[in-house]
Design a protein. Sequence first.
Length: 408
Amino acid sequence: MGRLNDLAIRKALPREKPYKLSDGGGLFLLVTPAGGKLWRLKYRVDGKEKLLSLGKYPDISLVRAGELVATARRKIADGLDPAAEKADARAKRAEIERPPEVVTFAKVAEVWAAEMTAQKHLRTIGQLESYRDYATAGLGHLAVGEVKASDIMRTVKDINKAGKRETARRVFSTISRIFRYAVAHDLVERNPASDVKLADFLPSSAARHFACLKDPKAIGGLMRAIDEYEGSPITRLALKLAALTFVRPGELRHAEWMEVDTEAAEWRIPPEKMKMKALHIVPLSKQALVVIEALQPLTGGGLYLFPSERSGARAMSNNTVNAALRRMGYTREEMTGHGFRGMASTRLHELGYSHQVIEAQLAHAERDEVAAAYNHALYLEDRRKLMQAWADQLDELRKGAQVIPFVA
């Protein structure tokens, strides 16, 4: 039987400081300076002292307080924590009673971007944020459940009108991915981007070239993604050399150690391997030589720089580089193994290098030039400077530095 009775409780007067009237078994009445009388139960769970509020006297009588203590003791015996249960219930009740929060497209896009970055589904934070920012510029203020296909069309069309066709395509893809995420997390019932096709309101251009990255920020992101590639180290080095030399994928895959002269800093590709059927010299930058040096202990004892994983007597599969790009998060509409050539050509032209020098390094030639026998040493000294400057530029973009035009 408890120590307290109703008479003692009623006669308990407030004091200058709070004080307790114990009923035993951990139950006590806390009398406050303001005259409040509050039931409390002190108990232990996992060796830690806890305190459970049972209510206010006389709303909770002495008898009722005893009943509540008995209920709490049964829960404690079952390994439960009554105070924690009460806090959880209070939080859930507050959540139900709180007016529903309007979840905007911008908020969902932010969470999606954070998760994709953490999971390395997209290549860099910078590129991811760029696509997200384009999408939220037109849709961010809308509640995610209220976005219509027409809203998406308007946003993508506005980007295309600004002369950014490729960006418009990628933003449409990004919007669709964000909504797929929203569907998976029960934020919306369906993906409004699936109601339309990009070709319905953004007709294809007349010519389609190998997909490649052209924006300096995106190129820097690609270089960082290559550095962080978690697949085969040989594949990672192949990606690096592809970016530094921008040769054709077949020329890269079939590169042989006997073709590489590290002292002369040249890779001499024989005519039979070239599309133009003429010897092609690839000046090797300092960075390219570092890649080749790293390859030496891995594949230097064989025929190819990049042999097949199954047989050192065969060249790397023609799908290896593209598969690595997909693993890094790039779609075939964004970047391909052949795209390293377009990426370099576009940037080098924009940065002021001579068209003739660039074309010579790309091993492009007019038909009449081929007939006259392609001059493999054409602009060779200028090409050496170009290749080193390009490698230096990739380093700067990798670090996120501002693009500075080359001086030819």
